[in-house]
Design a protein around this ligand. Structure first.
Ligand SMILES: [Fe+2]
Length: 265
């Protein structure tokens, strides 16, 4: 994989960042709650660019490889804005897959035209397509899988930040859209418990309440690809912070023991 020559100019990346800002600002709402959701995705994207660069540097990527990673991060959620404009939700199951929608946006605006290299374009499209899949496909090129893993790690690092900030916010500032409008009812679902106790990430279709969603988010540690990402999770105490916003329960404790031991190993 390291043999593949990647060449991306600083200007190409800067132009795309400029386009991104202009594009996002075409989505404007007078209703502050709606505008907040757009801003949230813009800020998230910019932080994921930083996270991916951080992980990439720790893995020893060169400047061209880092620029490629940053373009993927910049565009990974580009479908979110149109998704929200069309459907007023970020729930893919109730609207459409935001990764696929993002690829249509990339094509519509011919965003990767300046890269002038089909291999590069296909790596970017591939990593975006796979960034939100439950798991990665087995049959794919090594380089595509590498950048897919990178964006999946960087994305999770920032989603943890966003959801944890939200769980700790004052009640009136909590964002229901972020919580997928799930009810805050007691207990966790049996299917969620079973997946996590077996060190598997939770399938979205099992979510019945907010506790399930918090558990699913804690279980993302089973889908982390790189050591620098794990180091960040530990340093930022993400798992401990999620545990603290879940109720007292023996089952939940059991799951968190499994989660903690998986991070340590
Ligand atoms: Fe994202």
């Amino acid at each position: 994989m390291r043999d593949i020559q990647i060449s991306i100019s600083e200007k190409s990346l800067a132009d795309l960042k400029h386009w991104f800002t202009n594009y996002v600002h075409t989505f404007q709402y007078s209703e502050s709650e709606k505008q907040q959701n757009i801003d949230l995705k813009e800020d998230h994207t910019l932080r994921v660019c930083k996270e991916i660069s951080y992980i990439g540097k720790r893995l020893g990527l060169n400047d061209n490889q880092l620029r490629l990673a940053e373009i993927i991060a910049l565009l990974h959620d580009i479908g979110r804005f149109e998704q929200y404009a069309r459907y007023s939700t970020f729930r893919d199951r109730r609207s459409e897959n935001h990764a696929e929608l993002g690829i249509k946006i990339i094509e519509k605006f011919d965003l990767l035209e300046s890269l002038d290299n089909n291999t590069l374009k296909s790596i970017i499209v591939c990593a975006i397509k796979y960034h939100n899949r439950h798991s990665l496909p087995l049959k794919e090129s090594e380089i595509c899988l590498f950048y897919s893993k990178l964006i999946r790690d960087a994305d999770k690092l920032d989603i943890w930040k966003v959801v944890i900030d939200n769980y700790y916010a004052q009640e009136e500032n909590r964002n229901g859209t972020l919580e997928l409008d799930l009810p805050d009812t007691p207990g966790i679902s049996e299917e969620v418990y079973n997946d996590l106790i077996n060190m598997k990430t939770v399938n979205m279709k099992y979510l019945r309440n907010l506790n399930d969603f918090k558990m699913l988010q804690a279980g993302w540690v089973f889908d982390i690809n790189f050591q620098p990402t794990l180091d960040c999770i530990k340093k930022r105490r993400y798992i401990e912070l999620i545990r603290e916003v879940l109720p007292e329960s023996r089952k939940i404790d059991e799951v968190f023991e499994v989660i903690h031991s998986s991070i340590q190993n």
